[in-house]
Write a protein that binds this ligand. Structure first.
Ligand SMILES: Cc1cc2nc3c(=O)[nH]c(=O)nc-3n(C[C@H](O)[C@H](O)[C@H](O)COP(=O)(O)OP(=O)(O)OC[C@H]3O[C@@H](n4cnc5c(N)ncnc54)[C@H](O)[C@@H]3O)c2cc1C
Length: 309
């Protein structure tokens, strides 16, 4: 049998998590194909074909795929799934939208945010905000799963896999793309940044985010993150929320400023390579996760740190 990877992209570039999904897919020791569904798929197909470990790239092309809906993608994937015993993607807002629909249409279970593939149908995944690791086994004929990208190295390039065209059924009439709004930022994307500086409730205002967190992030060419308390209070926009109900990040360096380290926040950042915590409470939970801790008033030390860099 074969494994099918659903590739996330922005119309021009593959998401860097696709290469990580390719590494995860090698665990089955069977041919791995990548599906590119796009309005103009040529450049994307070439990028996918270069990934080591890919047997072939399947291309579904349709004008409506300029802005694909999850419903449309599911219509493309489900007929293909008959040839595959594994359908997988890197865990993201994109795959969380598409693959549960695929699993439902195939009448199989969805295995989300897999951290480790033990064998061909057994997986480790976090439950209770990552505090408990559950080992689960699926007896479904088709395994539909998303994998945590940060747990798998990115596949190298240098391959020249074949490219095959597959049918793209027409977009379903029940839903259609209307518009999208992007937050324009010069900063690196939160999920791809090598350094993340996150602020918590202790900042006390959006102004403090701009005056204390942003200058430090600028110096480090970092993305800005926030705790849910900071987001709920309106100090930072929703898309910066790190944690169980926000995004999961695993940068080289994560600096938590005025964040207590609740389990729901830790879920989103504890795989970071190096964690630095600045908190005035020496008992704060965040110090249990941190590699380096500074017990201090953030309003004193963060500007000093920024000035020293
Ligand atoms: C279902 C569910 C999902 C959730 N999902 C998320 C999620 O995705 N992400 C998330 O972050 N949270 C999430 N939460 C909320 C989480 O439980 C915490 O409430 C939240 O993370 C707390 O944010 P905080 O650390 O900024 O605030 P607090 O817990 O209030 O911590 C503020 C910290 O700042 C320190 N401090 C105060 N003043 C200063 C100063 N001047 N200098 C230095 N330090 C100072 C304090 O000592 C304290 O440790 C979720 C909760 C639930 C129930």
């Amino acid at each position: 049998m074969r494994t099918l990877i659903i590739a996330e992209h922005n119309g021009q570039h593959l998401n860097e998590q696709v290469a990580r999904a390719v590494t995860a897919a090698q665990q089955w020791q069977q041919p791995v194909d990548v599906l590119i569904a796009a309005a103009q798929p040529d450049a994307l197909a070439a990028q996918a074909a270069a990934l080591q470990g890919i047997s072939s790239v399947l291309v579904a092309s349709d004008a409506a795929l300029q802005h694909p809906t999850a419903e449309h993608l599911a219509e493309i994937i489900v007929p293909l799934a008959a040839n595959y015993n594994v359908v997988l993607a890197a865990h993201s807002a994109f795959s969380k939208n598409v693959l549960p629909r695929v699993a439902a249409l195939l009448d199989v279970n969805m295995l989300s945010d897999v951290l480790e593939i033990v064998n061909t149908n057994t997986y480790v995944r976090g439950i209770y905000a990552g505090n408990v690791l559950a080992t689960v086994q699926s007896s479904d004929a088709t395994q539909v799963l998303t994998v945590r990208g940060s747990k798998f190295a990115a596949a190298a390039t240098g391959n020249a896999a074949g490219i095959t065209t597959v049918a793209a059924p027409a977009a379903p009439v029940g839903s259609r793309w209307v518009a999208e709004a992007f937050n324009k930022s010069e900063r690196p994307a939160l999920t791809a940044a090598k350094v993340v500086v996150s602020g918590g409730r202790a900042l006390g205002s959006a102004d403090a985010f701009a005056q204390v967190i942003a200058p430090l992030a600028d110096k480090l060419h970092a993305a800005i993150g926030a705790s849910r308390a900071a987001v709920d209070a309106g100090y930072a926009p929703n898309d910066l929320q790190v944690g169980q109900t926000g995004v999961v990040v695993a940068p080289e360096l994560y600096i938590a400023v005025g964040i207590s380290g609740a389990i729901q926040h830790a879920y989103g950042m504890k795989d970071s390579k190096v964690v630095v915590a600045i908190n005035q409470d020496p008992e704060a939970q965040i110090f249990k996760i941190a590699d380096y801790g500074l017990v201090a008033d953030l309003f004193e030390v963060v500007p000093q740190l920024t000035a020293a860099l």
